[in-house]
Design a protein around this ligand. Structure first.
Ligand code: ATP
Ligand code: MG
Length: 156
């Protein structure tokens, strides 16, 4: 149930976001199609991406969690957009590598191991799916990934 998965993910971060002065919004259609995923894995992906979005967005900013069904490709596209510090072009192509972090002076002194995105990519790719990142320095970042629709058989 994609609606439930996304609503719970947003709920897990609304408190954390509020503490950081960052507003989190969920923008999804009410009746998303069922998806065929490892629930724990996709929860981990959402948590990694949402924690980044909140961590790298200054107070007063916002984070939007969106989902859109592509019924032709039978994919649910999920994106997390923030209004944060962004990532320089030269770092973007390496950002999914293990332990890769952009200059830590930028991140409000918040630590991290540089594993969140690498793990997110592995978990998404384990579904035969893809993840992508777009970013503009001082404008914000969008991470998008897709997961497959559930394709019949006994629903469960
Ligand atoms: P960890 O997630 O392991 O605690 P981390 O957040 O540093 O540590 P990743 O999640 O892999 O590691 O992110 C790698 C680097 O990419 C971050 O250190 C940060 O520089 C940059 N980054 C990731 N997401 C964003 C974002 N939404 N906005 C700006 N920079 C980001
Ligand atoms: Mg992280």
């Amino acid at each position: 149930d994609a609606n439930q998965l996304l609503r719970y993910a947003a709920d897990r971060f609304s408190m954390f976001g509020e503490q950081q002065g960052v507003q989190l919004r969920l923008e999804v259609a009410e009746n998303l199609p069922p998806i065929y995923v490892d629930r724990d894995a996709i929860n981990q992906v959402l948590d990694n991406l949402l924690s980044n979005a909140v961590k790298y967005t200054p107070e007063g900013g916002s984070v939007v969690l969106m989902a859109q069904a592509n019924r032709h490709l039978k994919r649910l596209y999920i994106s997390i957009t923030d209004t944060g510090i962004g990532i320089p072009k030269r770092d973007l192509k390496r950002i999914f590598e293990r332990f890769y972090r952009v200059d830590k002076a930028r991140s409000r002194g918040q630590g991290g191991t540089g594993l969140g995105l690498a793990i997110a990519r592995e978990l998404v790719e384990a579904h035969g799916a893809e993840i992508d990142i777009e970013s503009e320095v001082n404008q914000g970042t969008t991470v998008t990934f897709w997961v497959p629709f559930y394709r019949g058989g006994t629903a469960g």
